[in-house]
Ligand binder design. Structure first.
Ligand SMILES: [Zn+2]
Length: 367
């Protein structure tokens, strides 16, 4: 019997240039004692806009801002939980990149409070998902926490994204590139989504839209971000990287591309971020799937156009033997690569990762 279908998403998603000027209005139903857990740069960029929204609304809600320089570790979460209890906080806000957001989500979950997420880069799709990565205080991986719901509100100020380094936007497109192809495999053989549900047609529609959007507007969005201006193509790609990719992956499932990222974390010479590895992993997945030439070329040409890695050298790997270590780690038990029909061994994944490099050199001998 087929798996029970499931679909989850943030309750409210808001995106526009200067949308943070509406922060007070958009969030007041959640509470009146806010704790903001912000990365250093997020604190600098969001605080003036958020404060203006409270002042203009004449609100007397309390706002406590904490600059967060750590990682989402058990010790940090315990520290913020104590702050919440001592001050009677009733809404948590996480702003910055992955760590501040994950810490805020975990604090809110353990304290039974609503959480608002304000990403200041769109390098991954973490803002909209219903899970966090947890670390030990010595920075080693602890576990994933899967929450019973997605964030209550996600607010993305396009002006802030336009002023963040373009490499984050590009890396986010790499993360978004895997979404459709990974979900397609999961849907084809009734593998579970990240939320452990059956994959709905609605999820597949978002995943497809994610892929179409980055292919159509990726280059224009990159040009806009390089020049720190907000344009409709940039807004389209921000939505793809943040909402379509996050909600798509949550409800569509993961496969080879994300396991390749997990595997590559074993190599200290790797010089690129999560999304860059997912892009390379997407190409490896297409090889393993035996995808048609036209589809492979479409994805390869997109990666070249945007500046995502297509060779081992682009990933920072000079010794192909090292790929064996990554392939071993990517195929350990519990990895999403096992959602592939017929399964994939470390030897097969190694072959695919070498083939991606070789294909890229065939198409682009000049590099
Ligand atoms: Zn990802």
């Amino acid at each position: 019997m087929a798996r029970t279908k499931l679909f989850r998403a943030p309750h409210k998603y808001i995106q526009a240039e200067n949308c943070l000027l509406e922060f007070c209005e958009e969030t007041k139903m959640l509470g009146d004692k806010f704790l903001f857990i912000c990365s250093r740069s997020a604190h600098r960029t969001i605080r003036p806009l958020v404060e203006k929204s409270f002042e203009e609304a004449g609100s007397d809600a309390s706002r406590h801002y904490e600059v967060f320089g750590g990682i989402s570790s058990l010790g940090e979460i315990a520290k913020f939980r104590k702050m919440v209890q001592d001050e009677g906080i009733n809404v948590i806000v996480g702003s910055g990149g992955g760590s501040a957001i994950d810490t805020a989500k975990a604090t809110a979950y353990y304290e039974g409070l609503p959480v608002i997420v304000i990403p200041t880069v769109c390098a991954t799709d973490a803002a909209c998902t219903g899970l966090s990565v947890l670390y030990n205080d010595d920075h080693t991986f602890n576990s994933y926490i899967f929450y019973p719901k997605n964030p209550d509100i996600v607010m993305v100020d396009s002006g802030i994204i336009a002023n963040a380094p373009v490499k984050f936007l590009v890396s986010g497109m790499g993360d978004a590139l895997g979404t459709y192809f990974e979900a397609r495999v999961c849907a084809s053989n009734d593998s579970p989504s990240l939320e452990n549900g059956g994959i709905m047609r609605s999820a597949m529609a978002l995943c497809r839209c994610c892929y179409d959007t980055i292919r159509e507007y990726g280059l224009q969005a990159k040009a806009a971000c390089e020049n720190h201006v907000v344009t409709p193509p940039l807004d389209a790609v921000i939505e793809a990287n943040t909402y379509l990719s996050g909600v798509g992956a949550d409800n569509g499932g993961l496969c080879v591309a994300h396991s390749v990222y997990d595997g590559l974390t074993a190599l200290e010479e790797r010089k690129v971020d999560h999304g860059d590895c997912v892009a390379y992993g997407t190409l490896a997945q297409l090889i393993l799937e035996g995808a048609p030439k036209e589809e492979y070329e479409e994805v390869l040409f997109f990666c070249k156009e945007i500046g995502l890695p297509t060779t081992l050298e682009d990933l920072g790997i000079t010794d192909p033997e090292r790929v064996k270590i990554a392939a071993e780690k990517a195929t350990i038990e519990g990895e999403s690569i096992h959602n592939m029909p017929g399964d994939v061994t470390a030897v097969q994944l190694y072959a695919a990762m070498i083939a991606v490099d070789a294909m890229s050199k065939k198409y682009f001998p000049e590099g």
